[in-house]
Write a protein that binds this ligand. Structure first.
Ligand code: NAD
Ligand code: MG
Length: 380
């Protein structure tokens, strides 16, 4: 029996993880569930999945839930609660599925204990990739991607020597605005941006998909996970989201991983690797797929994707600035306070404001994240 700690159990990845675990009760137990503030859903999850304890970051909500639930389950609170769970909890695998920068600290605590990290929270690698890779080596922690593209690449690389890789090719659906012109993008609204054609996900990543910042963050994520540079990481638009990514090898052979879009598959693989388990997920019916198409991305229209490539090449603290600025801009867009094309504008503004420096330590990363947010908040 492996014990799982889930960070972000009420989110889209968290809920899918619980669906996976429900079918694998003979193999996994749940150590703890953690959430930001959605105690109604967490309460149901506690009754159904019986974790040993839970964490609610919002202190008020934590008290409210503890009163409701009595001594059925212990509720920890605050960011300290998250750190307490990851640092001292009794678990084998961390499913890291918080959204945004908030995932960094608890994920690091888990790495320092040499755990397996099933990583959905791509922002952790974007803001602190160099440090995370070093810490994993130092503490013997295992980073297994949950993101479908990286899971695809990871699966294509099983049994392969990394020196044979020519190129990673990440697929992107192109999001809801694939067929709009840059001019059209000036006036798209929130409802249109949230209407993703293939995936049902949390709001932040759905907006990131509409701007294609999600693919940009994934390019940086791939850089750290697989140790390749800009010249060896490509993006191709594939609107059907059936091929989750490709690896091209030096002899010209290309491997791909295919399945109908369903995050339960990469989640299960990150838990089961190197094994595979039978499941009831929808299996892919090839003749039914009709056609699979591919296009070059338009870097002029999707400026966020270009910005992410640029900061990856610069390295240092720039990706942390880009990430913080993106989180601020997406949150403003979700609140209806800025327009769609102000998202890349905001990121550009932050990147111009702060100087880059190489090999930042953790303190510098926290400080830069805070300063970037403060600066942008003062300019709106
Ligand atoms: P979501 O918004 O649906 O859920 C986020 C979860 O994190 C919730 O449980 C919430 O309570 C918790 N949370 C949010 N802010 C927090 C904070 N400050 N402190 C503690 N907990 C907090 O997000 P999601 O779509 O499940 O995405 C989670 C992560 O997985 C993101 O990094 C995303 O990029 C990545 N990811 C998601 C998908 C997907 O299909 N949804 C696919 C690939 C990668
Ligand atoms: Mg992805």
């Amino acid at each position: 029996m492996k014990r799982i700690l889930i960070l972000g159990s009420t989110g889209s990845i968290g809920v899918n993880t619980l669906k996976v675990l429900k079918e694998l009760k003979d193999k996994y137990t749940i150590e703890a569930l953690t959430v930001n503030s959605n105690i109604d859903l967490l309460e149901k999850q506690i009754h159904e999945y019986l974790p040993n304890y839970a964490v609610v970051v919002d202190e008020q909500k934590a008290k409210e839930l503890q009163q409701r639930i009595g001594n059925k389950c212990r509720i920890l609170s605050g960011e300290e609660g998250l750190v307490e769970a990851t640092k001292n909890g009794n678990y084998d695998i961390l499913l890291s599925a918080l959204v945004g920068f908030a995932g960094l600290r608890p994920t690091i605590e888990s790495i320092k204990r040499g755990k397996r990290i099933a990583l959905a929270n791509k922002e952790t690698l974007v803001v602190a990739g160099e440090l995370i890779v070093d810490l994993c080596k130092q503490y013997g922690a295992e980073l297994i991607p949950v993101d479908s593209e990286h899971s695809a690449i990871f699966q294509c690389l099983v049994g392969e020597d990394k020196s044979y890789i020519q190129k990673l090719i990440l697929t992107a659906s192109g999001g809801p605005f694939l067929h709009k012109s840059k001019d059209d993008l000036k006036n798209v609204n929130l409802e249109e941006a949230l209407d993703h054609p293939n995936w049902k996900m949390g709001n932040k990543i759905t907006i990131d998909s509409a701007t294609m910042m999600n693919k940009g963050l994934e390019v940086i994520e791939a850089h750290w996970l697989f140790g390749l540079n800009k010249e060896n990481i490509d993006v191709v638009i594939h609107p059907q989201s059936i091929i989750h990514s490709f690896v091209e090898f030096i002899d010209g052979s290309i491997k791909a991983q295919l399945s109908v879009p369903d995050m339960k598959l990469p989640i299960q693989y990150a838990l089961s690797y190197p094994d595979r388990f039978n499941n009831e997920f929808t299996h892919t019916n090839l003749p039914k797929l009709a056609e699979l198409t591919f296009y070059e991305p338009d870097y002029n229209k999707f400026e966020c994707l270009k910005l992410a490539y640029d900061v990856m090449e610069e390295g240092g603290i720039s990706p942390c600035i880009l990430n913080a600025a993106n989180e601020v801009a997406v949150s403003k867009f979700l609140q209806g306070n800025i327009k769609f094309l102000q998202i890349p504008e905001t990121i550009n503004k932050a990147l111009l404001k702060f100087e880059n420096h190489k090999h930042p330590d953790l303190e510098t990363i926290y400080e830069t994240d805070r300063k970037t947010r403060e600066y942008l908040e003062s300019t709106f």
